[in-house]
Design a protein around this ligand. Structure first.
Ligand SMILES: Nc1ncnc2c1ncn2[C@@H]1O[C@H](COP(=O)(O)OP(=O)(O)OP(=O)(O)O)[C@@H](O)[C@H]1O
Ligand SMILES: [Zn+2]
Ligand SMILES: [Zn+2]
Length: 804
């Protein structure tokens, strides 16, 4: 009887998207389980790849016509993907048009991805001269990208002639951190005897033994070396002498830079209480109910989450809380840790690979009961979920813009169904999709219509910058905003200033001929980086020195348009010389922990004004901020995107919400060139309901989501004609399966037509119900893969965040 394992191999293609069968060697029969990683042979060249055991058939009847290959080795002592996550990966692959292997890998920390190495060694037939020139006195040579092209050519040819052997090595990138721990090996009495027998000059040894006599507990070697002042060689000798033992012990890297301040649950107000009760009831009854928690800014949503989580923990269950780009909101992590301390694990892209791997293992081993994290934390291997929270559910960072193109909110809802637990989507400005579902009672609405303690929402003034410009010379500050800033300085209160980043890219332009330096690979201008003194392409990474002479007319009048925030900061210091300013943008937050440090400084009143990009708009809760200024509200409105108004409304409402959150009332100034635009007018009164009604009418009229579903298909190729032709063919194919109700927009060139030397074409399909669409798109993907050797690439984005 043969046992056969179905293995999902680490080869992302259409053909390998279904599991491959491998024979399980007798030695592995009792060891192998689904969800473990294995090394398997793949193809005919002796290539080895990593794979995930998907299923085991205990009494399979092998087809006598085919000889199955055997599994090589097992990489894990226990499964690293559990049943739930295996099912989830299948669902994910199906709904995002991605390969199962890509989905599996997305769910796991990078440390568990395979590291492939190819080694070559000479055969006995290899002529001596070639052996010496290639291998020298080494028995093996690593065949990787660093080899010169000529050597690779030679190796390929030698391999064809069977003159060399190729060995494939598959290993995990993971690195478990270990610390050497030292412990006395003898009793204090025996050590005292040893001490008396020491030579008089052996002062260090004496000190070491004194320490060991006084401390029987294990201590890390580094700490011991520091406290006693001994070297590692002395410790080694001591070990050989049998005075102490040394043992490498696995430790976790600590991802937290700051200590926790313990907090107690707050007394809830009636609205909060109602919300918490509803969520807790669903947890207690094991119901997969979904809630939309709609609470104005500063209404205390976080406290609702914390108490719902506490309830789940009290039932012995676990909790998952997603926040947008967590490294940008250290305040919220602090609040969760303040309540749940050691039970909390964090997962986000600001962690190093090792830290991420350690946090993941803490979760997998059941050592953490609460997980807070950004998008990919939605895959945290929690096994007993009692509640899932998606904070700021409208945030576009929850959607991954690379394969698999999933939305964390959708995954959260899937897991809620799997675990039969409530999912809470929270926001002051819910996405239209979610609010529309609440309208249809797919989600239960929970409302927090007032700020905590009935604090008023801030008073918002809209400033028409066209009008402003007529009276003043060019300035980033209207007189109203400037005066308000001055008042805050006089009163010792704080202000936030937001500069919409998209509006101000920094570039260089020739004042003589107007030439703007472009990326040689992309249709986009290069961005000026003052900190590194270079010009960079934000799409392909191309980098070059800042020009001093115009490459076009050779003139010397080059003008530098520095980072928006830098320029604004400069003007601000001239206008308000006594103001202490903290600037927060990509340049000042690049270093690890910088973000947290700047926010702490501001919280400690080390500055009067926090000037920043969108990163200051969300989640911040500073009681002494009574003024918020938006320097340029319009930039997002100018984008040709159906979500432009929604984005603008959300951003303005969120940032306004930072003002006047404690006792002192708040004031907001929004500077704009479109003062009459409904998104700006309704953000003024923070009137989400009216915005929702108005925007839904427009979406209805234009057949946009949430009335229609949408899929974006993109083709790219180094040859522009091929990309365009592929698109035309795809449209023709789709038209044969789509109903007349479906709408195809395009094909059109991409918003940036050329990126990294590749040309982009796209089309968007808007539809209500198209049962054949999924199969058709999978077919298109499969066909494209066969051609991909020629450079054509097809990407499919279901429910895209934008049509651009
Ligand atoms: N029941 C309560 N009693 C007293 N203070 C509370 C209560 N609930 C929340 N708070 C406080 O009110 C402030 C605002 O709450 P929180 O930050 O949770 O609001 P939010 O709804 O998440 O706001 P936003 O969406 O603007 O981030 C916080 O400082 C919080 O500690
Ligand atoms: Zn580029
Ligand atoms: Zn010029």
């Amino acid at each position: 009887m043969t046992q056969i394992a179905e293995v999902v191999v680490d080869v992302p293609t259409m053909q390998t998207n279904t599991p491959y069968s491998y024979e399980i060697p007798a030695a592995l029969v009792n060891q192998l389980q689904p969800g473990m990683r294995v090394v398997v042979p793949f193809g005919n060249g002796g290539r080895k790849v990593q794979g995930f055991v998907w299923q085991i058939n205990e009494d399979a009847k092998p087809n006598p016509e085919v000889t199955l290959k055997s599994i090589d080795t097992v990489m894990d002592p226990a499964p690293i993907v559990n049943t739930e996550l295996m099912q989830l990966s299948k669902w994910l692959a199906n709904t995002t048009y991605a390969f199962t292997i890509t989905c599996l890998q997305t769910m796991l920390p990078n440390a568990l991805k395979a590291k492939y190495q190819k080694w070559v060694s000479p055969t006995a037939q290899l002529p001596e001269t070639i052996r010496v020139s290639l291998f020298g006195d080494q028995s093996e040579l690593l065949w990787d990208d660093s080899l010169p092209a000529d050597t690779v050519k030679q190796l390929l040819s030698l391999n064809r002639q069977h003159l060399i052997n190729v060995r494939y090595e598959v290993s995990s990138k993971s690195q478990v951190k270990k610390v050497m721990m030292v412990k006395p090996a003898l009793s204090p009495e025996k050590l005292s005897v040893v001490r008396t027998e020491l030579r008089k000059t052996a002062v260090k040894q004496a000190a070491l033994i004194d320490f060991l006599i006084a401390n029987s507990k294990a201590i890390s070697q580094t700490e011991l070396e520091r406290t006693v002042g001994v070297s590692s060689s002395i410790l080694k000798t001591a070990e050989t002498n049998g005075w102490l033992t040394r043992q490498a012990v696995e430790v976790y890297r600590d991802p937290f830079q700051t200590a926790v301040v313990k907090t107690k649950p707050l007394q809830l107000n009636p609205d909060q209480n109602k919300a918490v009760n509803a969520i807790c009831a669903a947890t207690d009854e094991g119901q997969a109910r979904n809630f939309l928690l709609e609470g104005v800014t500063g209404s205390g949503k976080t406290e609702v989450y914390l108490q719902a989580i506490a309830n789940a923990l009290s039932k012995g269950e676990q909790a998952l809380m997603l926040v947008p780009e967590i490294s940008l909101t250290p305040q919220i992590v602090g609040r969760v840790r303040g309540r749940f301390g050691e039970k909390v694990a964090v997962l986000h892209s600001g962690l190093s690979g090792g830290e991420r791997f350690d946090e993941w293992r803490r979760i997998q081993r059941g050592e953490a009961q609460v997980v807070v994290g950004a998008r990919s934390a939605v895959f945290a291997p929690l096994t007993n979920l009692g509640v899932i929270v998606v904070d700021e559910e409208h945030e576009s960072s929850y959607k991954q813009d690379d394969n698999p193109r999933y939305h964390a909110r959708d995954v959260a809802l899937w897991r809620g169904r799997y675990h039969q637990c409530p999912v809470v989507l929270g926001s002051a400005t819910p996405s239209l999709e979610s609010r529309a579902r609440a309208e249809k009672n797919v989600y239960t609405r929970l409302l927090l219509p007032n700020r905590v303690n009935h604090q008023q929402l801030p008073q918002v003034s809209i400033i028409d910058m066209t009008e402003e410009l007529r009276h003043h010379k060019e300035s980033n500050f209207s007189s109203g905003l400037l005066q308000a800033l001055q008042e805050r300085l006089n009163r010792g209160e704080q202000s936030l200033l937001m500069l919409n980043r998209r509006g101000y890219s920094s570039f260089v332009m020739c004042r003589d001929c107007g030439f703007v330096l472009q990326c040689p690979n992309c249709d986009i201008s290069l961005t000026l980086h003052m900190d590194t003194k270079t010009m960079k392409c934000h799409y392909c990474g191309h980098e070059e020195p800042i020009p001093h002479v115009c490459p076009n007319c050779h003139g010397r009048h080059i003008r530098y348009y520095g980072t928006g925030t830098q320029k604004v900061e400069q003007e601000l210091t001239e206008l308000l010389p006594t103001a202490r300013i903290i600037r927060m943008d990509v340049d000042t937050t690049r270093r690890k922990g910088a973000h947290e440090r700047l926010l702490k400084q501001f919280g400690d009143h080390k500055a009067d004004i926090l000037l920043g990009t969108q990163m200051i708009a969300k989640g911040l809760d500073f009681p002494d901020v009574t003024l918020v200024g938006v320097l340029n509200a319009d930039t997002a409105l100018g984008l040709p995107d159906f979500r432009a108004s929604e984005r603008t409304f959300q951003l303005l409402t969120q940032v306004s919400g930072r003002a006047g959150r404690a006792e002192k009332p708040g004031q907001v100034f929004i500077q704009t060139y479109n003062p009459e635009h409904y998104a700006i007018q309704l953000a003024k009164t923070q009137n989400y309901e009216q915005f929702f009604v108005r925007e839904m009418q427009l979406r209805h009229r234009g057949n946009y989501p949430p009335y229609f579903f949408a899929v974006k298909v993109t083709a790219s190729d180094v040859d522009e004609r091929k990309a365009a032709e592929a698109m035309v063919k795809i449209v023709r194919q789709l038209k044969t399966v789509l109903s007349p109700q479906a709408i195809i927009l395009g094909p059109t060139p991409g918003a940036i037509a050329r990126v990294n030397k590749r040309y982009y074409y796209q089309l968007v399909i808007k539809y209500k119900q198209e049962p054949q669409l999924r199969d058709a798109l999978f077919t298109i993907l499969g066909q494209a893969q066969k051609q991909s050797r020629n450079g054509l690439q097809i990407a499919i984005d279901r429910n895209p965040m934008s049509f651009m």
